[in-house]
Design a protein around this ligand. Structure first.
Ligand SMILES: Cc1ncc(C[n+]2csc(CCOP(=O)(O)OP(=O)(O)O)c2C)c(N)n1
Ligand SMILES: [Mg+2]
Length: 186
């Protein structure tokens, strides 16, 4: 399964959940699958989607909040897993597209081949943490986790298979911020 296939499975399941996306190809691929006001593309700053998603979940406790993260991003900000577990927002779903590389910068290997990030999340104190490797398992896993009390964690193993002909995010950072805030206010 390619990362974009995981996004194609998940996109039809989304409603108006605020969705914070990690930098690099994660944002770019999801932008190409479904661009929506609720998408906050964290262009540039690696590791921070999870912290921003935590902040959104705490500020908007009545809304289910999604984080779309990468394995390299999670490894860079592993402390944020502990912070999310400690703050324990019931409405937070943390999804990781794990291709075992830093694909955006040339596919250098990450540690996620040996280190099970969903077990790190579970040990930190996430209420549920699941790993899926098959495309057909994504939808039921997501639907199950959506019903659970958060924070919950879904790791999706994919091949590194980014299609570099896909467009970059065309919105400026200011536009991303403004439309995200407008979507959350509405
Ligand atoms: C602080 C910081 N360090 C490094 C980078 C360069 N960089 C951008 S994306 C990326 C890799 C992200 O890896 P991962 O989260 O696994 O996503 P993937 O690229 O595999 O989709 C790196 C190293 C950056 N943007 N910011
Ligand atoms: Mg990666």
């Amino acid at each position: 399964m390619k990362g974009i296939d995981a996004f194609r499975e998940l996109a039809p399941l989304l409603n108006n959940e605020p969705t914070v996306l990690a930098n690099g190809y994660i944002s770019r691929e999801f932008f190409n699958v479904t661009d929506r006001r609720e998408n906050f593309y964290m262009i540039g700053s690696m590791g921070l989607a999870s912290a921003i998603g935590l902040g959104v979940a705490l500020a908007q406790p009545q809304r289910r909040t999604l984080i779309f993260d990468g394995d390299g991003n999670v490894l860079m900000a592993m402390g944020t897993l502990a912070m999310i577990a400690a703050c324990a927002p019931k409405n937070l779903i943390h999804i990781v597209i794990d291709n075992e590389v830093y694909e955006s910068t040339g596919s250098q290997r990450t540690l996620s081949h040996d280190i099970r990030l969903e077990e790190v999340a579970k040990s930190a104190g996430y209420k549920q943490a699941m790993r899926v490797t098959r495309r057909e398992d994504i939808r039921p896993a997501y639907q199950q986790l959506y019903k659970e009390e958060g924070p919950v964690f879904l790791l999706i193993k994919v091949e590194p298979a980014f299609d570099a002909s896909q467009a970059r995010v065309t919105h400026t950072p200011e536009e991303i911020r403004d439309r995200f805030m407008a979507a959350l206010a509405g």
